[in-house]
Design a protein around this ligand. Structure first.
Ligand code: HDE
Length: 712
């Protein structure tokens, strides 16, 4: 048989797997086996010479079990180690053919499967979810043309402009090398030393110290591609593009005190939230948005559109919403899917191309390189979560963990023995052709002059913040820079941020024990960008979590009516009481307690409702835990509702002033600073409606000046 004939036969032949299927293997799937398929008789005792004697080397089952266990871990990601993933699908609203030929952006009736992994950047795999950090938001689109990865963050800019500085910024922000402290935190000397020595970080630092870095939920975060990419249409016309994800639930955050407490009480807060939402059918949704610029507009801006430390303000370059992603399926196995998924900004499809953004250019090297180590070799694309739905035909062969059984003798190109199979595809056949861009210049290690404005957009961001957001940023500086030991670095932070805004610099100085700046400075920018403030986001009570405080003797009709209305509106309710078990109402009816004060805390809820019922509230007012619950929720600016006798708990708490505002008037319904009270009420519909309005606000920041009276 000649070689060509052998190839053909091999391809046409039945594969080994197919052949195996025809053997009828009698096998009981419930039985424990070794990795060779052998039934195991016992897995609780190793094979020994005598029941008190030494273990024998002959025990192949013991050795296989332990060896596999010893090798269960793979290297964690050098950044973004802690993550959580989910499956879903994406659908474009209308054909984007005018802008890009990417097939998954053409047909609104088509659903493209996706896998998303959310992450923190700095902490190790076992660190807490709610730390102050950037969140990764990486999406793999399994398109018919191959995988497309949109590897995004929840902050639209980056610390540095050139990828060559990535190891420096990561080394600076990771725990310090001598003692590996602190975990998952930027609040230490090496990071701030890097910041004050690298002024291009200024804009990103403003975002990192804002509420964006402590999101309420992965479901309530924006995503940003950060780098500038290109869309290419069928006519070969290119446009610059920046990608955005906009969550339909709006962009919401925790408060810092809450984030810190959650890190102890529920370090899995964000992953649990995502898992529970998907599990209960409340599928998170995000709209995909694009900012588009014609090639001719490249130099129309006061900043360089290739500079990843700059946003394209949405008020100037609007975000066009082009489709929606729905996450509707949790993973079956965390390791196989979330841990082994491998993203790469270089996974693109025809119609999506790169720009010369120097951060992006460097990223295009790093992601493939890192997977080779992390996933143990060049065949990680064969792991099911990474496998494209488009078939793979190429001449790459062998290597560790190869799954494919390649057939035939040709694994080179060109070849005549197999008629040059597999052949390159022309552009018209869907072959990826890089955008033809004219590039000329000297070979230099230099930064473009157009990248050198470090402060204007940091000021723009500061100008865009609401009063509460500004206060949070100052508090964040106080914590972060207050944790720095080196006095010189603290002073340099004040001096650096004096270039952003001198009021900010003065406020930082006051809190960290540094000198206020000598001369007020600022970048001179007076403009703002309302789109970057969370104050202007969507407000929606759906999927929020309400804690209902009650004890024996609660008012059953009142509590159940409120609970039913909240639930009917997609709000989750949990009854909290001193003890777990069953509560009996004043009229003898029963309800099950969800959590007690030991197993939960106000930090795990978006709002609190104190149900009426004399006996129940009489117990609540003498419990430190319930008083603390209410005080803390008030301090964290959450909606609070109290009905009938329930108002007495507020009267006994640190916010009695607010409670009295309602009670004094004896009015049916009073809302004061996001605290909704009602007295002498049987029908709870007006209360429920008003309470839901308060919940949808997410936080009631204007009570800030009152929070000082709350000891929680
Ligand atoms: Fe990454 N980044 N990055 N990054 N990145 C990684 O790849 C890197 C950057 C982002 O859930 C690593 O597989 C360089 C910007 C996400 O698996 C690594 C630079 C943005 C994830 C890497 C950047 C990101 C990563 C580590 C240039 C927002 C997690 C593990 C300075 C657009 C993906 C891995 C997941 C992960 C390199 C900057 C997003 C080492 C060199 C900007 C969401 O390859």
């Amino acid at each position: 048989m000649d070689l060509l004939q052998r190839n053909k036969t091999a391809i046409g032949e039945q594969s080994k797997e197919e052949q195996l299927k025809v053997f009828k293997v009698s096998h009981d799937d419930n039985k424990l086996t070794t990795n060779q398929g052998l039934y195991v008789a016992s897995t609780d005792d190793s094979l020994k010479a005598g029941s008190r004697g030494p273990t024998l080397l002959e025990d192949f089952h013991f050795r296989e079990k332990l060896t596999h266990f010893d090798h269960e871990r793979i290297p964690e990601r050098v950044v973004h180690a802690r993550g959580f993933g989910a499956h879903g699908y994406f659908q474009v609203y209308e054909s984007m053919g005018e802008f890009t030929k990417a097939k998954f952006l053409q047909d609104p009736s088509k659903k493209t499967p996706v896998f998303v992994r959310f992450s923190t950047v700095v902490g190790s795999r076992g660190s807490a979810d709610t730390v102050r950090d950037v969140r990764g938001f990486a999406t793999k689109f399994y398109t018919e043309e191959g995988n497309y990865d949109l590897v995004a963050n929840n902050i639209p800019v980056f610390f540095i402009q050139d990828a060559i500085k990535f190891p420096d910024v990561v080394h600076a922000i990771k725990p310090e090398p001598h003692n590996e402290i602190p975990q998952a935190s930027a609040a230490h000397d090496t990071f701030w030393d890097f910041v004050v020595s690298t002024p291009e970080t200024a804009h990103m630092i403003m975002w990192l110290l804002s509420d964006r870095a402590i999101p309420r939920s992965f479901r309530m975060m924006e995503g940003f591609g950060v780098n500038t990419f290109r869309f290419i249409n069928n006519q070969g016309k290119a446009r610059f593009v920046k990608f955005h994800w906009k969550p339909l639930l709006g962009v919401h955050s925790l408060v810092w005190d809450e984030a810190q407490k959650l890190a102890g009480k529920d370090p899995d807060f964000h992953r649990r939230d995502l898992w529970d939402a998907i599990d209960s059918g409340e599928f998170p949704e995000y709209e995909l948005g694009v900012q588009l610029l014609n090639e001719e507009e490249e130099f129309n801006f006061p900043f360089d559109i290739l500079d990843p430390t700059k946003i394209w303000p949405e008020e100037i370059t609007p975000v066009k919403l082009i489709g929606k992603m729905t996450l509707n399926r949790n993973v079956d196995n965390f390791f196989a899917e979330t841990e082994q998924v491998a993203f790469h900004p270089g996974h693109v499809v025809p119609g999506i191309d790169f720009s010369n953004d120097p951060l992006l250019q460097g990223r295009l090297f790093s992601y493939l390189d890192t997977q080779l180590l992390r996933l143990g070799g060049p065949n990680f694309h064969e792991i099911p979560i990474n496998h494209t739905i488009a078939p793979i035909h190429n001449n790459q062969r062998d290597g560790s963990h190869r799954m494919t059984i390649d057939r035939g003798v040709t694994s080179y190109s060109p070849n005549s023995l197999n008629r040059n199979y597999p052949k390159p595809a022309s552009e018209t056949e869907g072959g990826y052709a890089h955008y033809t861009e004219k590039v000329e210049g000297n070979k230099v290690r230099e930064r473009s002059e157009s990248f050198k404005d470090n402060y204007s957009q940091a000021t723009l961001f500061w100008n865009s913040m609401s009063a509460a957001e500004k206060e949070h940023i100052i508090e964040a500086f106080h914590f972060e820079v207050g944790s720095v030991m080196d006095r010189n670095i603290k002073q340099r932070v004040v001096d650096m941020f004096n270039n952003v805004n001198s009021q900010l610099a003065n406020a930082i100085a006051l809190g960290v024990g540094a000198q206020p700046p000598n001369t007020p400075s600022g970048s001179g920018v007076t403009a703002s960008s309302p789109a970057v403030s969370q104050e202007n986001t969507i407000r929606n009570a759906r999927t929020r979590k309400v804690a209902i405080l009650a004890e024996n003797g609660f008012n059953y009709p009142e509590l159940t009516q409120v609970m039913q209305t909240l639930k009917a509106n997609g709000i989750q309710c949990e009854i909290i009481s001193k003890n777990l078990g069953i509560l009996t109402s004043s009229d003898g009816l029963q309800l099950e307690v969800g959590k007690n004060y030991v197993t939960t805390g106000s930090i795990k809820y978006d709002a609190v409702y104190i149900a009426g019922g004399q006996q129940s509230v009489d117990s609540l007012v003498i419990q430190g835990d319930s008083l603390h619950f209410v005080n803390e929720a008030f301090k964290h600016a959450k909606a609070i509702g109290a009905a009938n006798e329930g108002v007495n708990l507020l009267r006994a708490s640190a916010i009695k002033e607010v409670a009295m505002a309602g009670a004094a008037t004896q009015a049916q319904l009073v809302t004061e600073l996001g605290v909704v009270t009602i007295c002498n009420a049987e029908d709870m519909s007006v209360f429920s409606k008003e309470f839901m309005k308060a919940i949808s606000q997410h936080r009631h920041w204007y009570r800030q000046n009152k929070k000082e009276v709350v000891p929680a």
